[in-house]
Design a protein around this ligand. Structure first.
Ligand code: FES
Length: 182
């Protein structure tokens, strides 16, 4: 994913700081990745390349490790984070359909973040609300019985919160030119 303005500098500073704190051994690779992710919210490619170079391991190994463990996220978290439960109870009653509906509406795939970074979409295991299946967690709010129609409603609510692309916005307020992520 393309970095936003100033992000490259933040990543470089963060990785350098983490690498300074940790002994540069391959045993520390996972703790280093965890630490960088904790600070940045995800593992940018640039960070993984820097870590690989510093530890003198192939970048492909670092990418492979980050991809293997699902504790690592390779896309930045969106402003709105949607987590679709695909635990057994939710899967059985339409969790996958809800996920696909979000994918269509957000124009991204599960595990990705929209280019404008407004939305990120991921699948999660049981969130402990099986009686409300299928369940979706939108910005930490649990939504139950999520049908494709409900997905449309959730997306509309997020857009009405001021996240609609400018061309689609229904507002009389003057354009203050703030908050552009592109
Ligand atoms: S399986 Fe989705 S909440 Fe339990």
């Amino acid at each position: 994913m393309q970095l936003v303005e100033g992000e490259k500098e933040v990543i470089i500073a963060c990785v350098n700081e983490v690498l300074k704190e940790k002994e540069k051994t391959t045993e520390n690779l996972i703790p280093i990745l965890q630490n960088v992710q904790a600070r940045l919210g995800y593992l940018p490619s640039l960070a993984m390349e820097m870590i690989a170079a510093d530890l003198a391991v192939p970048a492909a190994d670092v990418f492979g490790l980050a991809t293997f463990y699902n504790q690592f996220r390779l896309s930045p978290p969106g402003k709105h984070q949607v987590k679709v439960c695909l635990g057994t109870a939710c899967y059985m009653v339409g969790g996958k359909i809800a996920l696909e509906s979000f994918e269509r509406r957000m124009e991204i795939r599960e595990g990705e973040t929209s280019v404008d970074r407004l939305y990120s979409l991921e699948r999660v295991a049981c969130v402990g609300c099986c009686t409300m299946a299928p369940v979706v967690v939108v910005d930490e709010v649990v939504e139950g019985k999520v049908t494709p129609t409900r997905v449309d409603g959730i997306m509309l609510a997020l857009q009405e919160n001021g996240d609609t692309k400018k061309s689609e916005m229904k507002t009389d307020l003057p354009d203050e030119g703030e908050g552009k992520n592109k």
